[in-house]
Design a binder for this molecule. Sequence first.
Ligand code: GDG
Length: 508
Amino acid sequence: VSNREPYVHSYSTQSQSDSSATSAPSGDDPEISVERSTGGLTTALDPVLQRLGGTWVAWGSGDADAAVADDGTVGVPPDEPAYDLERVFLEESTVEDYYYGYSNSTLWPLCHGDLGRIRSEPSHWPAYVRANERFADAVLESVGSGLGPGTEAPSQDPIVWIQDYHFALLGDRLRGRLPDSAVVAQFWHVPWPSPDDLRVSPNATALLEGLLATDLLGFHLEEYRRNFLESVDRLLPSASVDREAGTVRYVADDGQQPPSLTRVYAQPIGIDASGVRDEAMSPAVSPESVRADYNLAPSDDLLLGVERLDYAKGIRKRLRAFEHLLETRPEWRGAVTHLMVSTPSREGIPEYEIYSQQVRERVAAVNDRFGTDDWTPVRHVAEPVDWERLLALYRAADALVVSSRRDGLNLVAMEYVAANASESGAVVGSEFAGVNDLFEGSIEINPYDVCGTATEIDRALQLDPDDQHDRLRSMWHAVQRNDVGEWVRRLDRELAAHPSLAVTTCEP
Ligand code: GDG
C-alpha cells in the first residue's frame, strides 16, 4: 500500500500516446496511456510485485475509470500484467486535507524537525483518518478477493506492507478485520522525530497507537528507530518497550483490542546498485552530449544538485553558499556551473509556493551578480528530466551536492555514486541526510553553515584523483551493502524471526 501509484492510467489522444500506451478494448474508446511513476518506491517494489504477484493499493491519481476491470482493479505492467493495481479514488477535498493537509503540512515538517512550518487546519486530521479508513477498506477487499494474479490465495498468509507517513493509522484500522494468519508491516520513509518534537502534535498518541497496531515497523536508520522507541516510552506509559529485542508490547487503555507486539527495525531502502551502474554505463547515456545541451565548456566544472523543490532539501542556503564561493574564491568565476534539477513538488501548499519563489529569486540574484555573456553561474532545471538524462548528468558532474536540512535517506546520493562507480566524482553531503550515516567517503557539510559549505564545495571540486577514487570506492561499497534487494530480504528475515508470527515469508 502506498500513496503514489506505480503506474498512472489516463486518457490521451492518439498523438499524445507514448510507447507504453495501451489501447482500450472497444474501437470507440479513447486511447489510454499508462505511465510508470519515477522515484525510489516504484523502482524498489515494482520488480518484487512482478515476481511475487499480489495487489498494489494506491491513491488513483489518473483518470478514474481508465482501464478498470470489472472488479475495479487493473493488471500491471500493461504489456504483461503480473500483479493487480487497486486504486483508491478520493474526492478533491479529501486529497486537499489528507495529502496536502495533514500528510504534507503537519507530518512532513514534524518529521523533518521544521516545527515552524507546520500548518494545521481543523479539517486536516479528520480527512487523514477518513483516507486511512478508505485505504483499509481497499486492502480488505483485495485480501478478500484473493491476492491477484500469480498468487495462490487463499493458502498463502496475506502480508500487507504499508509504505510511509500517509498511513500511520492504517494498521489500526485493519486490526481484527484480517484473517488471523495475516501480517501487517509498515515502512516509514522519513525521519522519526525526537519525543520532544513529536509532543507538539495533539495527535501524537494516536499516531503511535496506529503504528503499534502493525507487526513490523521499519525505519531507514538506527537513530529513527531509537527516536520511535523513546517516543513510545515517553508518551505511552502503558506500553512496554524492550530496547534490546526492539519490540513494543501494547494494550490500549480502553481494552478493546488484544495486546499487540510490534518489532521495530532499521534497514535503509537503498537502490538497485548494479542495475543503476550498468544503465549509467550504457551507450545511450552520454555525459558529453548532456554537457553540450546545457552549453557547458568541457573545461567547466559542474556541481550538480537533484531534488524535489522542497524546503527540507536546503536549496536556498546552498545557493547562498555557492554565491559565497564565487565571492571569496574569484578563480571559480566562469569556471564552475551549479546545475540544479529542482522540480516542483506539492504545488498548492503555500509553504512550497513561497519557498519556490525564494529559490527562483536567489538563482536570479546570483546570476545577476556574477553572470557574464558566456557564463551562467546557476542553471535551474525546473522540469523533471528523463532517467537517461539524469544518469548522464550524474556522470557529467564533477561533484554532487546534497544540502538537506533533514532527509530520511536520500537516494540521489546513492544513484550518483552508482553512476560513477568506475569513474570519478565527489559527494558533498549534509550531515543531516540519512545516507551520510552509511557513507564514509562523502565530504560532510553542515548545510546551515554557509561559509563552511562553500569551503567544502571548493575542496570537493579540487580533490586529487586518488582521493576521489578511494572515496568513491568506499561509498560504492556502502551502496552495494545497502542494495534495495537487501531491504526486501530484511523484511523477509523479520517475518521469519517475529516472535509471534509463523508465516510463509515472501521469498519466492
Ligand atoms: C523520500 C524521502 C528517502 C528526482 N528528480 C528526478 C528524478 N528524481 C528521483 C531520483 C530519486 C528520487 O526521485 C528522489 O529520492 P530521494 O530519496 O532523493 O528523495 P525524496 O523524494 O524526498 O524521497 C527520502 C526516500 O523517500 C526513499 O525512502 O530517501 O529521504 O524524503 O530516485 O532519481 N528522477 C527523474 N527525473 C528527475 O528530474 N527521472
